[in-house]
Design a protein around this ligand. Sequence first.
Ligand SMILES: [Zn+2]
Length: 233
Amino acid sequence: MSESFNLFRLQQLDLNRMKIRRRQREIEKILNADESVQKAQQMLDVTHQELEKATHAYNEIHDQVEERNLKLKYSQAKLFGGQITNPKELRDLEAESAALKSYLSELAEQQFYALEALEKCQNKLAKAEENLAQVKSASATKHSKLMGESRQLEEKLPAINEQRESLRAQISPANYQAYVKLLKSKGGRAVAEVIDSSCNACGVNVPPGDIQRAKSPSEIAYCRTCGRMLYAK
Ligand SMILES: [Zn+2]
């Protein structure tokens, strides 16, 4: 087995490993921040606040109605109680009763709209709660698939690591060190295949002498442009 072919296979295993790790990181990110659940939760929180406001507004009107009703009752009792005979006082009481009645009818209208708004908020809240439950359940299903995928990816790693170790044992320590150094400096790609006389990483033409060396069982040729190790079939 040629040294460059072993390095090429090592590179393929490492690319595979990187791909697995990248996907696992992606999955972890998704699991940590499911936007749909966060959005549904936010919607529910906002609706809770709206309901609180609507309840407060309704209660305020309700209290006012109670208060004015009590006043009206009192005023009417005085008016029809027979204890007051002074015409001016009676007229004042009549006027007060009339004003209270008029204000109460205004309040009744306000109360009607406040109740309508309150009911709307209650419906909205019920829907937001339902939506959150649905989104959570969908997210759990999606996540169970993702967690399964992550587990499957993890299970692939020992076999890849084993192959990697046995390949590494066949590569000279100097070449392995050079490979690791290039892997770091060349964005995870240390070995490039020569395809149609070109370096498959940078696309630049490889001179025939270098292609010959890339094919040799022991020598290592480097791309003169990108500096990667070359492998040729
Ligand atoms: Zn190159």
